[in-house]
Design a protein. Structure first.
Length: 279
């Protein structure tokens, strides 16, 4: 969408590098608070009634509310979302990724106030419905659209493409929304819709979705090289067989050879465990 391109040209400097690190940090801090003083979390929720009475810190502190109880599965999911978020930031660019995350947070806040006023105002307890769970889900859906054919190991055993996982999660989300409305608990559907509105806007209301898919990014890079034949390619020591990145694309990139592939195929840390083995 041209609007996003204009915003990036004008406000691109306000993008937050490594935003995923801060998101994970908020989750960790929230779990620490929950373990030490779980009752203190009630002062951090996104509660419109208390915000309108002066407790404006809740507009920010609600992002610390843990989306689910702490377990081994939670730790695995945090690492998984760290990988998704950092990869999306590299694919889209820092500003566009920052805008995507913050728009999800803002829509969630607006959804809480919408629910507060439509229920007549002066209602407490709304904050218990809102967390960053579906904002995190929007990261997963965005990644699945950008990398539809990437394979991941479901439960560390079953290889499955991201697009099929996205279809399953999308079906579950739509079912939850429909079921809440059907049984008369439509307020429970508001947090879901509000938190995922950024995904709807960024992908179903734009015409340049393909522009940010990895294949299209590589195609534009190859085109630039083709129209500048005078530039001599730089020799590198490492190169990922999937995305083509080298050690010159980032100081923190690590490369490893895959022992299960036939031949000398090297991969970056993002594709070492997700690529399809060459037989």
């Amino acid at each position: 969408m041209k609007l996003f391109n204009k915003l990036e040209r004008k406000f691109g400097r306000f993008g937050i590098p490594h935003l995923t690190n801060y998101i994970i940090g908020c989750y960790i801090l929230g779990y620490v608070i929950a373990l030490m003083r779980s009752d203190f979390l009630s002062y951090l929720t996104l509660e419109p009634a208390w915000i309108l009475r002066g407790q404006i810190w809740r507009l920010i502190t609600w992002v610390l509310i843990p989306p689910e109880s702490l377990s081994v599965f939670t730790i695995i999911m945090l690492l998984f979302y760290y990988s998704l978020g950092t990869t999306l930031e590299r694919t889209w660019g820092t500003f566009r990724y920052t805008l995507y995350i913050f728009s999800g947070l803002i829509f969630t806040i607006l959804g809480a106030f919408f629910l507060y006023f439509i229920m007549g105002g002066n209602v407490t307890g709304i904050g218990n419905f809102f967390s960053t769970y579906y904002v995190s889900m929007s990261i997963f859906l965005a990644f699945a659209v950008s990398y539809p054919d990437m394979r991941v190991l479901l439960y560390f055993v079953i290889p499955i493409k991201m697009k099929w996982m996205a279809f399953v999660y999308a079906a579950m989300i739509l079912y939850d929304i429909f079921n809440y409305v059907r049984i008369g608990l439509w307020p429970m559907a508001v947090p879901i819709v509000a938190s995922l509105l950024n995904f709807v806007i960024f992908f179903f209301s734009t015409r340049d979705i393909g522009r940010y898919r990895p294949k299209e990014v590589r195609r534009r890079q190859n085109f630039k090289k083709a129209v500048n034949p005078s530039k001599v390619p730089t020799i590198t020591k490492h190169k990922c067989a999937v995305c083509g990145r080298t050690e010159r694309d980032g100081e923190n990139l690590e490369f490893r050879f895959c022992s299960k592939c036939n031949g000398n195929y090297e991969y970056c840390q993002d594709h070492l465990y997700t690529h399809e083995h060459v037989k």
